[in-house]
Design a protein around this ligand. Structure first.
Ligand SMILES: Nc1nc2c(c(=O)[nH]1)N[C@H]1C(S)=C(S)[C@@H](COP(=O)(O)O)O[C@H]1N2
Ligand SMILES: [Mo]
Length: 325
């Protein structure tokens, strides 16, 4: 790929980063700057220092992706890390940033299982070697009508699918995320079934936009944003983008998910399996026509498929998107 490379360290980053990276790792980071893809192949691990799971560290060798399709202003990182949902750490928007500080994400294992020729367990180092890391700026729209624009880092999830070699029986992918009552004591009060479960149809999972995500804003993921590895599905409501992934299971039929098992305040299901961003189909309790971009005052119109229709609309040809919401 002849894309431009984005250095992982810019001059303005240098001072704060030296403080927590330590001199050796800092120099390693500098050495990798500009060497990008070749460095990606040579570096023993892409984490500058080994991630402790408490402080994000720069990711080296990240290339710009052709799937950055929005020229919209990136949301200030501060908003993205301090206003979000991660119910295992509490249900208020400022809970995850406060309560996930000491979440231990190293070592980490992601298990690939089910209808595959190659079931396997991957460490984070394995995951970082599957494909070159790309930076992709995506719109991200929560079902609760707020949105953000984030420079994620990762690669197409299709790379994982290829690694797993699904059998012809595999039609869906089920995701399961980490749950430990000791580290996540507020999870039991969240009112949803944990561990958090999500899923995609196999063709949705194969769509190049579906991202296996290991970082954002040039660094590994902060705990509250799903460290150390998560899914990002930009044309669907945010709840499909499961954080802190531990299991990827290829299955024959549509898997149960945390949010389609959830019966809302009226005792009826409020969230469908598809969850495609759709300004024309309201949530039972609020309109989806507009959204508030975090940090902005005026609401903006919500876009069909969150603006990714040219790449994903064909997945739903002939489907009634009101029924399959
Ligand atoms: N494990 C887990 N993943 C999760 C959630 C959660 O509560 N637990 N919340 C989801 C919701 S509702 C949203 S909007 C996004 C938010 O992602 P962000 O914090 O990176 O913005 O994460 C999704 N992934
Ligand atoms: Mo959400």
């Amino acid at each position: 790929m002849a894309d431009k490379f984005k250095p992982d360290l810019t001059y303005s980053d240098v001072t704060p980063k030296t403080l927590y990276m330590g001199r050796r790792n800092f120099l390693l980071g500098l050495a990798a700057t500009g060497a990008a893809v070749t460095a990606y192949k040579r570096l023993p691990g892409l984490f500058a220092p080994r991630a402790t799971g408490s402080v994000p560290v720069p990711l080296n060798g990240v290339v710009q992706s052709k799937y950055t399709t929005t020229g919209e202003k990136v949301t200030p990182e501060n908003w993205v890390t301090s206003y979000n949902n991660y119910y295992e750490f509490g249900v208020e928007k400022d809970d995850p940033s406060k309560n996930a500080k000491n979440f231990v994400t190293s070592p980490w294992t992601v298990s690939i299982e089910g209808e595959v020729a190659k079931p396997q367990k991957l460490s984070m180092d394995d995951i970082l070697k599957v494909a070159p890391l790309e930076e992709r700026v995506y719109r991200h729209r929560c079902v609760e009508a707020w949105s953000i624009v984030v420079p994620w880092i990762g690669y197409s999830f299709s790379n994982i699918v290829k690694l797993a070699e699904p059998t012809p029986k595999a039609k869906y992918v089920a995701f399961e995320t980490y749950y430990d009552r000791k580290q996540m004591p507020l999870g039991s009060e969240a009112g949803i079934q944990l561990p958090y479960r999500e899923g995609l149809r196999l063709d949705e999972a194969m769509n190049p936009l579906t991202l296996l995500c290991v970082g954002m804003y040039g660094e590994t993921l902060p705990n509250q944003d799903g460290a150390p590895v998560r899914i990002v599905v930009p044309w669907k409501y945010g709840f499909k983008s499961a954080k802190s992934l531990v299991k990827i299971r290829f299955v024959k039929s549509e898997p149960e998910t945390t949010w389609d098992m959830f019966t809302g305040v009226n005792g009826t299901p409020e969230y469908g399996f598809y969850a495609n961003v759709n300004p024309n189909v309201d949530h039972p309790r609020w309109s989806q026509a507009k959204e508030r971009r975090l940090g902005e005052f005026l609401k903006r119109p919500t876009l069909m498929f969150n603006g990714y229709g040219d790449l994903v609309a064909s997945l739903y040809a002939g489907m009634d998107l009101r029924k399959n919401f």
